[in-house]
Design a protein around this ligand. Structure first.
Ligand SMILES: [Zn+2]
Length: 304
C-alpha cells in the first residue's frame, strides 16, 4: 500500500515509474516498493536448492494506516524464521529503535442549558479544563520518568492536538472533545499508558458534577520498538553498511515482527524525506548497493 497522492502536484504520473535526473519517480518508489523490487532482485540471484534456510518475502496490507496485515500476522502466530529486515526508507542505515504511536480521543459530556443560569447545565468546557490540567501534569511526569538516549527528543511526548466543544456563547457547553497523540518510548507499553490515562482522568469529576468522561483510542496504536545494540543482526548490518544502528522518528511494523520472535531491524533504500510527498523518488544510486547488501544478507542467513 501507499498513502494517497495529489496527482496535480506531481511533475509526472504518480502511477507510472518515470526516470529523470538519475531518479526513479513514482508513488511508493521510496516508501517502500523500491525496496521490494531490490529484495526480489537480490533473491533471484539464488537458486532455491542453494538455500538451506527459508527466505520469506512478506507484503503486508494497510501498513500506512491500521497495520492490520502485520496485526493479523501476529495473531496467526506463524513461525516465520529467526531474523527480519523491514525495508522502510532509511537511506540504507540500520535502524533498531523507534517510539510507539498512540492517538486517543477524550470526550467530556455535560448538559447544555441557558448561559444565564449555570445550575441549568453542566459545562463540558470547564470539565475539559480539568482534563487538560491533568494531561499537562501527566506530560511532565512521563518526561521526568522516562528517557532514552537514542532519540533526539529523548522523552515520551504527549501532544494536545485538537479540541472541539460547544456551539454558542449563550449556551452551556454540553460536549467537549480533545484529541491527543502520545509517543511512548521503548520499555513502555500501550496498555500501561492507557491505564495511566484511565487512572488520571476517570476520577476527575464527582458524581454530582453532572459531567462524564470517555477515553477512546482512535486506532489500536503502534507499540514502541527496540532491538538491542548488541543483537547479532544489529552488529552484522552495522558492519555490512559501515553505519551505526540508530533511531527513526516514524513508526513501523517492527514491534509486530519482534513480537513474533524475530530479531528485527529496519533498513531500506531511499529517504523518508521523500515519503508521502509529491514527486516521491528513489535515487538510482541506492539501487545497486541495496541489491548487493540484501544479496549478502540472504547469503549469510539462508545459504549457510
Ligand atoms: Zn509511509
Amino acid at each position: 500500500d501507499t498513502v494517497p497522492c495529489n496527482p496535480e502536484l506531481w511533475h509526472s504520473d504518480p502511477f507510472c515509474a518515470t526516470l529523470r535526473d538519475d531518479r526513479l519517480y513514482g508513488l511508493g518508489s521510496c516508501d517502500m516498493k523500491g525496496f521490494f523490487a531490490i529484495a526480489l532482485e537480490a533473491a533471484s540471484r539464488f537458486k532455491a536448492k542453494d538455500l538451506k534456510e527459508p527466505l520469506i518475502l512478506i507484503g503486508t496490507a494497510d501498513e500506512e494506516s491500521s497495520m492490520s496485515g502485520a496485526r493479523q500476522l501476529l495473531a496467526s502466530s506463524r513461525q516465520l524464521g529467526r531474523k527480519a529486515v523491514i525495508g522502510e526508507p532509511t537511506g540504507l542505515q540500520p535502524i533498531r529503535v523507534h517510539k510507539g504511536v498512540m492517538m486517543e480521543a477524550i470526550r467530556v459530556k455535560g448538559r447544555a442549558g441557558h448561559s444565564s443560569d449555570p445550575s441549568l447545565g453542566a459545562n463540558a468546557i470547564l470539565g475539559m479544563h480539568q482534563v487538560i490540567s491533568a494531561l499537562i501534569a501527566l506530560q511532565e511526569e512521563l518526561k521526568a520518568r522516562y528517557r532514552h538516549p537514542a532519540f533526539k527528543v529523548d522523552y515520551p511526548t504527549l501532544n494536545l492536538g485538537a479540541i472541539h466543544g460547544g456551539d454558542n456563547p449563550n449556551r452551556i457547553c454540553g460536549h467537549c472533545e480533545t484529541l491527543i497523540d502520545i509517543r511512548p518510548l521503548p520499555g513502555m507499553s500501550i496498555e500501561t499508558v492507557q491505564a495511566l490515562l484511565e487512572e488520571r482522568l476517570s476520577g476527575l469529576f464527582s458524581k454530582d458534577s453532572g459531567l462524564g468522561i470517555e477515553i477512546l483510542p482512535l486506532f489500536p496504536g503502534v507499540p514502541p520498538f527496540e532491538t538491542p545494540a548488541e543483537a547479532e543482526l544489529t552488529r552484522y548490518l552495522e558492519s555490512a553498511t559501515g553505519k551505526s544502528a540508530g533511531a527513526v522518528a516514524f513508526g513501523t511494523e517492527g514491534p509486530f515482527f519482534s513480537a513474533l520472535g524475530l530479531e528485527t531491524l529496519i533498513l531500506g533504500p531511499g529517504s523518508i524525506d521523500q515519503a508521502h510527498q509529491p514527486d516521491e523518488f528513489l535515487s538510482l544510486s541506492d539501487i545497486a548497493p541495496g541489491i548487493s547488501l540484501f544479496e549478502n544478507l540472504i547469503g549469510r542467513y539462508c545459504r549457510a
